[in-house]
Write a protein that binds this ligand. Structure first.
Ligand code: NOJ
Length: 509
């Protein structure tokens, strides 16, 4: 792969707790992941992004980091992590880790020191009284009182105290943490809550000084070969978003507009055009994301009457036609994979897993659920451990009882069951990722003149000559003349059915 491997890469997101359990304690771990590396190699991905693997009380699934330079014992050891990085590299797979700079954990050495020594509080936001009425993103006040009467700021859960980026020691610490992992061979860093670091009287979202942090991180990253920075930047304003992708800042950022976009031809066309227009001037490749560990699984989302995604109540419990959702998720996957730029695949997406919406309330672990007073179900439903094999739970996930229960109906969705089924989602992903590697990825697209979103059809041709056509309308539409390489569903003679994507070559412009 070239030094710009990341521009067109297919990146697989591993949510470690739920990927595969190697030691039988019911929680996914590095041993489980290492044992399944060849599965990912066969799937055809270029890189793995792992959600936080650091020691953590797991108040927010590991996004409450107690020590940025070690591995959570439930997941394994630092030595195992190093072995994992080199084994992945031997298979030609790059490794991206998650760094969480906005907040740490109440169990971190810094916070513990701050609790016992008031002079050591400047690394966080301590104050005699709440400085504002900010609400936590998970619900409730963003300020919590400590026993001596002072308050500290946490934009997320109380167990996640925000770091004070006005303090040079915090800058120094994270540059050091970056080096720690870059020295160990990681190829990239995904930056959690990247736009929230700087706080002022006016707010905390996307303040200009945050860019100084990433310019410095870019300098550090550029000291190493072919390493990248990826931002988790949720911003409605595309111009502000693009500022993170200037040539001396982050390499890429997640495209949440695409992820949140309804299954609607005009809206999708608008978001795709806007994405391309935003990225071109800064020279950064777009990313195409259909799901992650924070959002409702696409099969469930696309089966609802309202196919948008919004964090609030997540449309939880809204009826979903899962068969329709499955068909659309297949079509969406081929559309996303054909677009120019890099691609993210969240574990289980390649199996067509639906959201698990009927988890018992007492099993829900996401702080969003408790802090919203139960009005938001939280994100556990997209984090249920993967089904690998067999006829009943734990479906080969590991020897123990999985930390969240898997539905019995997943027997049809195991890797084992799908491997031998040529029409399965798994085989669609595998074939498509293989073709994508040859014919798609970084580059540009040209919209076909003969198809219009108003007719329900999105069609474009890529630099390699591959044409991607998606029919989002209610009726089948004529297929253009050309050779069919792959389709997300059966074609009806010369027609492309509703909610289906096809890849062709040799189509006249
Ligand atoms: C974004 C992460 O993706 C999410 O899972 C986490 O809860 C928040 N940031 C806070 O770290």
């Amino acid at each position: 792969m070239s030094h710009t491997w990341w521009r067109g890469a297919a990146i697989y997101q591993v949510y470690l707790r739920s990927f595969a359990d190697g030691n039988g304690d019911g929680v996914g771990d590095l041993a489980g992941l290492r044992a399944r590396l060849t599965y990912l190699k066969d799937l055809g991905i270029d890189a793995i992004w792992l959600t936080p693997w650091y020691p953590s009380p797991m108040a927010d699934g590991g996004y409450d980091v107690a020590d940025y330079r070690d591995i959570e014992p439930v997941f394994g050891t630092l030595e195992e992590a190093e072995k994992f990085i080199s084994e992945a590299h031997e298979l030609g797979i790059k490794i991206i880790i998650d760094v969480v700079p906005n907040h740490s954990s109440t169990e971190s050495a810094w916070f513990k020191e701050a609790l016992t020594d008031r002079a050591a509080r400047d690394r966080f936001w301590f104050s005699d009284e709440p400085l504002n009425d900010w609400q936590s993103i998970f619900g409730g006040s963003a300020w919590t009182q400590v026993p001596d009467g002072q308050w500290y700021l946490h934009l997320f859960a109380p167990e996640q105290p925000d770091l004070n980026w006005n303090n040079p020691e915090v800058h120094q610490e994270f540059e050091d943490v970056l080096r720690f992992w870059l020295e160990r061979g990681v190829d990239g860093v995904r930056i959690d809550s990247a736009a929230l670091l700087i706080k002022s009287d006016t707010g905390y979202e996307d303040l200009d000084e945050v860019h100084d942090v990433y310019r410095r991180w870019r300098e550090v990253t550029d000291e190493y070969d072919e390493r990248i920075l990826i931002g988790e930047v949720w911003l409605p304003d595309q111009e502000r978003f693009a500022r993170y992708l200037r040539p001396d800042e982050l390499h890429t950022a997640f495209n949440f507009d695409f992820l949140s976009c309804p299954w609607d031809p005009a809206e999708l066309r608008r978001v795709i055009d806007l994405t391309l227009a935003t990225h071109t001037p800064v020279g950064a490749p777009p990313t195409w994301v259909l799901s992650n560990h924070d959002v409702t699984r696409p099969v469930t989302r696309y089966g609802r009457a309202d196919t948008t995604f919004a964090h609030g109540g997540r449309l939880h419990g809204t009826p979903s036609d899962l068969e329709l959702g499955y068909q659309r998720a297949r079509a969406a996957a081929l559309l996303a994979m054909a677009l120019p730029g890099s691609l993210y695949v969240y574990q289980g997406e390649e199996l067509g897993l639906p959201e698990v919406e009927d988890l018992a309330d007492e099993l829900r672990q996401d702080p969003m659920y408790a802090r919203s007073g139960g009005t938001n179900p939280g994100r556990d439903g997209c984090r249920v451990p993967l089904p690998w094999s067999g006829e009943e739970p734990p479906f080969g996930f590991g020897a123990g009882t999985p930390w969240l229960p898997q539905p019995d109906s997943w027997r049809k969705l195991t890797v084992e069951a799908q491997r031998t089924d040529l029409g399965s989602m798994l085989n669609l992903y595998r074939t498509a990722l293989g073709l994508r590697r040859e014919l798609l990825g970084d580059g540009t697209l040209t919209w076909a003149q003969w198809a219009q979103p108003g007719d329900g059809v999105l069609a474009f041709t890529r630099d390699s000559g591959l044409t991607c056509v998606t029919n989002l309308g209610p009726e089948p539409v004529p297929l253009p003349a050309g050779e069919v390489l792959l389709a997300s569903g059966p074609l009806e003679g010369g027609l492309l059915p509703s909610d289906t994507t096809v890849w062709l070559t040799g189509v006249e412009a």
